[in-house]
Write a protein that binds this ligand. Structure first.
Ligand code: PHE
Length: 472
């Protein structure tokens, strides 16, 4: 085996890399549109509770497991239990999920790059809402464009991960994350000058139960896994490059707060712009790729702000993508003894290939409509089915991440010995007093919350009459 295992160069480097993993399309693309769909206010409050009571304790558990074992997930579960232990299945699943999520994530990241390109070269200014709507449809349906951007994005991700922990991932996070924060603040400053800011602020923070259903509550919980990069070992992997005395409690709190702040600020950037031009934030996934360009086209300064926004979105996606690839790569390096170059190229190119059906979901009947018909036979998505792209997202986010998160919580809280767990949590932190609170959340609150998600997903809550669609 190769000599010394890699470690982060500094504490800040780790925090920025972990925040880079957490802050991604989930924050800037997905969170604003699900908040819009669920009516703001109360949904946001519930989301914050999910982050604090479920997400944060799992993040601490993941970083703890990684730091304690100095191993990628499969090896980590073996070291803390025993060889051939079934717990290692959680690690295996993480590797598979990395392939699945990154394969379609890269397609959306490709859209962000395409929009950066359009806004720089052609600009949206002066185009009618209809033309802009057509731009998105044309992109979605173009096999050529999707494959081109998907390949380019994967190539960049591969190049960074190939550079290793310090000279690849850490260096890139140290450049991209501060730039991302700066861009976000510039956009926020602009949004604060628009007429829609007040309305956006109260939409986001005034508890308003109008549109919230219990399905929305469960969506908030599911999203808290995705947005914090939990349930598939990304934080175990990043944690495994920490030194044994690094403070995992402070690090987890910092990363969760940064992630939440970015998600809320993204709403405070997008909603005012949307309200100012008289549109509604409930446009679904098209919010960022249709409503926002339409708004920029009509606003003073839009020609400058649009590229800034899409660069921000691309950077956010990139730092998350490298963490997804690193989970797969670290497995082959640690467990199979491959070189980083071999592992990165093999995994990266495989993910590129696995992503092709997602890239073609809008452009071919087979991965679009026909796949949708097939999944509708399986009664997925209330019998409506999904195209390939949405199917991958559905399986990974709604099922695999919560299952992984539950497994990690149960493992850390019940399987790991008391002494190792307590010492691990308390090593290097000022927050040792939180130890029992953490264990309590992992033991009881997390399992109950995740169980509720599953009962809802398989329709048991509907049968019991707990969920309702009274919002409509
Ligand atoms: N947290 C990322 C986002 O919000 C997505 C992600 C999920 C990254 C799982 C790594 C692991 O976009």
């Amino acid at each position: 085996m190769a000599g010394q295992r890699a470690q982060w160069g500094s504490r800040l480097g780790f925090i920025l890399a972990a925040a880079g993993s957490a802050v991604g399309l989930g924050n800037i693309w997905k969170f604003p549109y699900i908040t819009g769909e669920n009516g703001g206010g109360l949904f946001v409050l519930i989301y914050l509770a999910c982050i604090a009571l479920v997400g944060l304790p799992i993040m601490m558990a993941e970083i703890f497991i990684g730091r304690a074992t100095q191993s990628s997930p499969v090896g980590a579960f073996r070291k803390l239990s025993k060889p051939r232990s079934p717990w290692m299945g959680i690690g295996w699943m993480g590797v598979v999920v990395a392939f699945i999520i990154l394969s379609y994530y890269s397609v959306v990241a490709g859209w962000a790059m395409h929009y950066t390109w359009i806004s720089l070269t052609d600009s949206f200014t002066g185009k009618s809402p209809e033309e802009i709507g057509n731009t998105f449809t044309a992109l979605f349906e173009s096999a050529k464009l999707n494959l081109f951007w998907h390949t380019l994005f994967m190539a960049i991700t591969i190049a960074i991960v190939m550079g290793g922990i310090r000279r690849g991932i850490e260096l890139c996070s140290k450049i991209l994350m501060p730039t991302l924060f700066l861009l976000l603040l510039i956009l926020l400053a602009y949004a604060m000058t628009t007429d829609g800011f007040g309305k956006a602020f109260s939409f986001l923070f005034a508890p308003n139960a109008d549109k919230l259903t219990s399905a929305g509550v469960l969506e908030a919980l599911g999203h808290s896994f995705f947005t914090l990069s939990l349930g598939m070992g990304a934080m175990i992997t990043y944690g495994s490059y920490l030194k044994s005395k690094d403070d995992i409690v402070a690090a987890s709190i910092t990363v969760s707060v940064l992630d939440t702040a970015v998600a809320l600020i993204a709403c405070l950037v997008l909603f005012p712009i949307i309200f100012t031009v008289g549109r509604e934030p409930s446009a679904g996934p098209g919010l960022v790729f249709v409503s926002i360009p339409i708004a920029f086209a009509q606003m003073p300064g839009g020609a400058i702000l649009a590229p800034l926004f899409f660069i921000l979105l691309t950077f956010a996606a990139l730092t998350s993508a490298i963490s997804l690839l690193e989970v797969a790569v670290s497995y082959f390096i640690d467990e199979r003894g491959w070189s980083r170059a071999k592992a990165t190229l093999t995994c990266g190119i495989s993910i590129l290939v696995v992503g092709i059906p997602s890239a073609l979901s809008g452009g071919t009947k087979f991965f679009g409509e026909q796949f949708q018909t097939l999944t509708s036979y399986l009664r997925i998505n209330d019998g409506e089915g999904f195209n390939w792209f949405d199917f991958f997202d559905y399986v990974a986010t709604n099922w695999m991440l919560p299952i992984g998160g539950l497994g990690i919580a149960l493992f850390a809280a019940w399987r790991v010995g008391n002494k190792a767990r307590e010492e691990g949590f308390k090593a290097g932190t000022r927050f040792g007093k939180l130890y029992w609170g953490w264990v309590f959340l992992l033991r009881y609150i997390v399992p109950i919350a995740v169980l509720l998600v599953f009962l809802n997903a398989i329709g048991v809550l509907d049968i019991l009459g707990v969920t309702s669609d009274d919002a409509n």
